[in-house]
Design a protein around this ligand. Structure first.
Ligand code: UDP
Length: 449
């Protein structure tokens, strides 16, 4: 277990955020923070997850912990350690919770004992830093097993789930059969979207709290016009002849044609290779599929596999289609640099697509909406919660329907649908619903009810 020291939020950054949300919301935020501080009554709110870097939860905690503290709420963050055996079990549990029915993901005899046995050691280390009155907010399946171990020693223990499926599968039922009994003593549970709450947890106090976006992060902040060309050149989106190291393409990009972008991990559920083939029916447009350099994440062999599937698909495309599509692998060794490249690519896109087969929430959609991009997203999980079809983006009812996908994208690339209007409303929607004050107010509602 390690305690993460997040840098304090600069007063000027807090001021900029309060200005962005306006005086009325800023007032409600300060009221909620006061109420939460009072409810904690001298205790500290501890977030606990299983990684300090990589993944949406860590990214969010780097924002929320400093923000809560800047508003006077004592907040800390601890990360449980794990060995290969522990993360092998939790990876399968996560895959099952995402609905996997693969035999390789099934839990095996002894798995749950190994999982709780490992967490018993982590709980011991947490006890050393917890003080009377502290409240725990545990994130995801990696930490659920801490509930029975620590509930008697805390002033409150809550569990927040960032994964899920819209319709239960055999796999997700197996995940919940394992996880639900561990959560019996939780004071409440949090899901990102209502559709992901499983029947097994329906007896709990529940709050639906979506993830949030930080407008001043390198990925979302305004990029001065002068910086854009250099960043886009590095993404292979700068125009003909610019083919840098991390783009697999042939340099035929025609800047006169609208640019369509999907940013995702190389993952089965992101369905990147189907975006490539489906794009064949979108006339007169360019496509960039952007993801992390698979070589930078050697412990995730699934990403290397799904990137290879994309590369094989791309190589086999007809010449004309291959010339207007490209795969871009962004380096991950400097995360701020990676974030700026993603920021530039999302801003350069005329249309952003997210053709996921399932989605916990889909922060890439939020990021694009914040940049006032028109988004075509699958009507699954958090994407369906974020986009109102025809108002703040376009929803693809059946993510497997490539003809419908191409038709929706073409509505935007051809100008038949006013993408700028969708984008403006999308940004307003993020401003209203997915900035971090909504998190603090909702967490206060749950903890201080
Ligand atoms: N992302 C990134 N670089 C990449 C690909 C993805 O920074 O090359 C980021 C993306 O901008 C988003 C996050 O990874 O912030 C993905 O979150 P999302 O909720 O969309 O999906 P997840 O990967 O958690 O399933």
């Amino acid at each position: 277990m390690q305690v993460i020291d997040t840098p304090a939020m600069r007063p000027a950054t807090l001021d900029a955020f309060l200005t962005l949300i306006g005086p009325e919301r800023a007032g409600r935020l300060r009221d909620a923070a006061r109420r939460l501080r009072g409810g904690l009554d001298g205790g500290t709110l501890w977030h606990v997850n299983s990684t300090a870097t990589g993944g949406g939860v860590a990214e969010m905690l780097y924002v929320l912990v400093p923000l809560y503290r800047a508003l006077g709420v004592p907040t800390r963050w601890a990360v449980v350690d794990g060995d290969t055996a522990f993360f092998d079990i939790t990876k399968r549990l996560g895959n099952l919770a995402y609905g996997s029915t693969a035999d390789a993901d099934l839990l095996r005899p002894g798995d749950l004992e190994g999982y709780t046995g490992h967490l018993a050691g982590e709980a011991e280390e947490l006890r050393a830093v917890l003080r009377p009155g502290d409240v725990l907010l545990l994130h995801d399946h990696q930490t659920a097993g801490l509930v029975p171990l620590l509930s008697a020693e805390t002033a409150g223990i809550y569990w927040r789930c960032h994964v899920g499926v819209d319709e239960p599968t055999d796999g997700s039922r197996r995940a919940w059969a394992a996880l639900a009994p561990l959560l019996d003593k939780a004071n409440g549970v949090i899901f990102s979207v209502a559709a992901h709450l499983p029947a097994e947890l329906s007896g709990h106090r529940v709050a639906i709290i979506p993830p949030v976006l930080w407008p001043f992060a390198p990925k979302n902040q305004h990029l001065p016009a002068g910086q854009l060309p250099g960043l886009l050149d590095r993404c292979g989106l700068g125009g003909p002849g610019t083919v840098p190291g991390y783009v697999l393409a042939d340099g035929h990009r025609d800047p006169a044609e609208p640019l369509v972008v999907q940013v995702s991990r190389w993952d089965r559920l992101k369905d990147m290779h189907a975006v490539l083939t489906g794009f064949g029916a979108v006339p007169d447009a360019q496509l960039a599929l952007i993801g992390p350099d698979p070589a930078s994440i050697p412990d995730d062999i699934e990403q290397a596999h799904w990137f290879d599937v994309c590369r094989t698909t791309w190589t086999a495309l007809p010449d004309r289609l291959r010339h207007r599509t490209r795969l871009v692998c962004l380096p991950m060794h400097d995360l701020d640099d990676n974030a700026r490249l993603v920021n530039a690519a999302q801003r350069a896109a005329d249309v952003v697509v997210q053709k996921s087969l399932a989605e916990g929430f889909g922060l890439t959609v939020t990021e694009a909406m914040w940049k006032a991009r028109p988004v075509v997203g699958s009507a699954v999980g958090g994407i369906a919660a974020q986009i109102e079809h025809g108002a703040t983006g376009l929803l693809l009812d059946d993510p497997h329907d490539l003809a419908a996908f191409a038709a929706l994208v073409t509505r935007l690339t051809s100008g038949a649908t006013d993408g700028a209007a969708l984008g403006r409303r999308a940004r307003a929607r993020v401003h209203d619903a997915y900035l971090p004050d909504t998190d603090l107010r909702a967490v206060t509602g749950l903890l201080c009810a």
